[in-house]
Design a protein around this ligand. Sequence first.
Ligand SMILES: Cc1cc2nc3c(=O)[nH]c(=O)nc-3n(C[C@H](O)[C@H](O)[C@H](O)COP(=O)(O)OP(=O)(O)OC[C@H]3O[C@@H](n4cnc5c(N)ncnc54)[C@H](O)[C@@H]3O)c2cc1C
Length: 408
Amino acid sequence: MTTTLQTGCCIVGAGPAGMMLGFLLARSGVEVMVLEKHADFLRDFRGDTIHPSTLELMYELGILDEFLKRPHQEARELAGQVGNETVKIGDFTHLPTHCKFLAFMPQWDFLNFLVEQGKRYPGFQVTMQAEATDLLEENGRIVGVSAKTPNGPLKIRSALTIGADGRQSIVRERAGLQVLDLGAPMDVLWISRGPGGPSQSLGHVEAGKVFVMIDREDYWQCGFVIPKGAADEIRKRGIDQFREEVATLAPFLHDRVTELRDWNDVRLLTVKVDRLKQWFRPGLLCIGDAAHAMSPVGGVGINLAIQDAVAAANILATKLATGTLGERDLLAVQRRREFPTRATQRLQIAVQNRVIRRVLSSAQPLTLPWLLKLLGRWPFLRRIPARVIGIGFRAEHVQTPQVSVPRH
Ligand SMILES: Cc1cc2nc3c(=O)[nH]c(=O)nc-3n(C[C@H](O)[C@H](O)[C@H](O)COP(=O)(O)OP(=O)(O)OC[C@H]3O[C@@H](n4cnc5c(N)ncnc54)[C@H](O)[C@@H]3O)c2cc1C
């Protein structure tokens, strides 16, 4: 038998966008139900970068100190390596934020932290193992979702439905929202290996190869960038050959590549860059990856998802609480967030096409490009990439009031 529930805002997807929005709305007195299809957040390789702008939001919410007690690593600068030359390319230490670093924290810890914060407010509910399967529509308006759960089917009726269900969003598909595919020339094979190695995280580039190494203290998270669709061919060549290529690119991993037992230890990220033409329909709004899948260039996907959530809460919370929400408010969210999305994607596509595509198809030894030479020579210039990555375009600030009284 189908159970029917009613809430103020039903959010599909408990990723960074959905969890942050759920928390902020509940904090401002709106009844929220967040649906998550998985039983937990324990999925590896989802992106673990928490940007200075997100940390600033934590500060504004008064929860930064508590957040930083969770295990994390801090990166104050970014470096790139072309052939054997290493250059510093980003310096976060001059950012106008309380935290002048990028934090690496497993996404499940970050999401569990947001759940804990949300649960302090009586209107907050997160339901795990609830997979949205369709939208409820009445007279052209979305009035909720249907979902499947281990306890049977569920219908959740709500004044507003949010699609925060990521790049494979069922919500945007069922709503018939048009997707603009912007294309990407690459995919990424992610691996993680034991400790010890270079003194900092860096991106290594040489003819035909791009390899990203992120220092996670007790292990290395590495991204092997490959031409789009080349994963099958690489798999066909065999795991031994792949191990060898990794060891050649990162000799410090030489004794650890044998830990790559088979292809189950290598995760494929199919890179997608797209965005919705229109992010909403009456009664429905998409945010985060569901509205715009980002390229991994700059590692800004989580940041944009969080910024969307804050903007949506700022614009919609009071309207939802007072029952005055209209289509114009949903348009206001899209207008607010469309510029940062477009600007970031434009930059990512430029890097994908002018740098990554060229490097992947090059057979000649590479020399340090003039831009990297400039960044290497003039330290103050490194503040620019740090600002674009660490804060991004049009940073959001928490404007929602704390109406609901937290439980202690
Ligand atoms: C391998 C990989 C590496 C990445 N690395 C980085 C990085 O280093 N830095 C960075 O900033 N970004 C990175 N990203 C991108 C980043 O993870 C996303 O941009 C970000 O998580 C988007 O957040 P979101 O909340 O919009 O969507 P998601 O994080 O995708 O969350 C969507 C949630 O919705 C749930 N869901 C999906 N469908 C349904 C349904 N029908 N019903 C209920 N729940 C549903 C999913 O289980 C998921 O929990 C990476 C992505 C991948 C795949």
